[in-house]
Design a protein around this ligand. Structure first.
Ligand SMILES: O=P(O)(O)O[C@@H]1[C@@H](OP(=O)(O)O)[C@H](OP(=O)(O)O)[C@H](O)[C@H](OP(=O)(O)O)[C@H]1OP(=O)(O)O
Ligand SMILES: Nc1ncnc2c1ncn2[C@@H]1O[C@H](COP(=O)(O)OP(=O)(O)O)[C@@H](O)[C@H]1O
Length: 291
């Protein structure tokens, strides 16, 4: 039985009359093929990438597993429609906090249509893409059983500037205290989520070192999904902070160049997350020196 995913944070959501992704109970994510070149581009990407011997195993793990394509009933009620069958990377998370970060100061590529380029150009300029090299496309942060998730509106997210991005990246890893100022998050979980040898920052750096070398593809308009399980964290378990790349509808062949657009955005995201982590380390040092 296919259902609408509960934890989708960006992109086109499924609803009556609207085509969007579906999930099943065995951990698969069904992404409908878009009715234009985008659908074919994404299928071609997964088919070649998942079996490309030039992509090391430790890098493949940053991409959802690909199980082929399948005709399933579309969410918009239009009947059978081809879908990509992917690993649902969120399926084992109980209370996931998730952030979708679209990487690159430029989401368009020269081969695209004039209209598409113009639309992307405007969105890149109005959002933080041009200024920071990335923009937050969507997010949800689990707060508590009483308050549920903080999931700001798309319109609000699109206006995020550098200060908002910095604040949100700190709020993403903070405990929820309704009485405290929302503008002063405590970053209580920054070390466990962002830090450590297998935390989100380490994973982003591993990805960065591959992007410093790879000249296979240019990942336009692709997102980094960062997530962890707050439930596990609060119960003293492993929060399983993870990084996955999603959305390959605008990936083009690289013809031998480094993907500077993606690499630059990734470096900038790493800088912002390192700063969030440094805030905590500074607080810890201050606390120690006043003891
Ligand atoms: O329709 P819009 O304006 O919401 O744009 C979609 C984007 O939303 P945004 O406003 O940038 O957050 C949307 O971005 P997110 O996935 O939400 O980051 C996609 O870029 C989508 O294009 P595609 O499915 O990747 O080919 C975009 O869809 P297209 O309009 O390009 O089909
Ligand atoms: N493999 C996946 N597993 C779980 N959730 C996913 C997966 N791929 C995408 N998502 C969710 O769907 C959202 C939109 O995905 P995306 O591929 O960007 O779609 P679109 O092409 O509509 O923009 C992401 O922000 C994320 O919340």
């Amino acid at each position: 039985m296919l259902k609408v995913p509960v934890h989708q944070v960006a992109g086109h959501p499924a609803s009556e009359g609207q085509l969007g992704p579906l999930v099943d109970e065995s951990g698969c994510f069904y992404k409908p093929l878009q009715n234009n070149e985008r659908g074919n581009t994404e299928v071609a990407f997964y088919m070649s990438f998942s079996s490309n011997p030039r992509v090391p195993k430790h890098i493949q793990r940053f991409f959802p597993k690909f199980y082929g394509t399948r005709l399933v009933e579309a969410s918009d009620g239009s009947g059978l429609h081809p879908h990509l069958v992917l690993e649902d990377v969120i399926s084992n998370y109980v209370k996931p906090s998730i952030m979708d970060v679209k990487i690159g100061s430029r989401t368009w590529y020269a081969e695209a249509s004039e209209d598409y380029i113009q639309k992307c150009f405007e969105k890149d300029k109005k959002s933080s893409s041009v200024s920071l090299g990335f923009r937050i496309s969507g997010l949800q942060v689990y707060r508590s059983p009483e308050s549920g998730y903080w999931k700001p509106e798309k319109k609000q997210i699109q206006k995020f500037g550098a200060d908002d991005v910095s604040l949100v990246l700190r709020r993403f890893v903070s405990s929820y205290q309704p009485t405290e100022s929302d503008r002063d998050p405590d970053c209580a979980f920054a070390s466990s989520i962002y830090g450590g040898s297998s935390g989100i920052l380490a994973q982003l750096r591993e990805l960065k070192s591959w992007f410093e070398d790879q000249t296979i593809l240019q990942f336009y308009s692709c997102s980094i999904l960062m997530f962890y399980d707050k439930e596990s964290l609060l119960n003293g378990g492993d929060p399983r902070g993870a990084v996955k790349l999603v959305d390959f509808a605008h990936v083009v062949e690289s013809k031998g160049s480094i993907d500077h657009n993606f690499l630059g955005g990734l470096c900038s995201l790493i800088k912002f997350i390192s700063e969030a982590l440094a805030t905590v380390n500074e607080c810890t040092i201050e606390a120690c020196s006043t003891d």
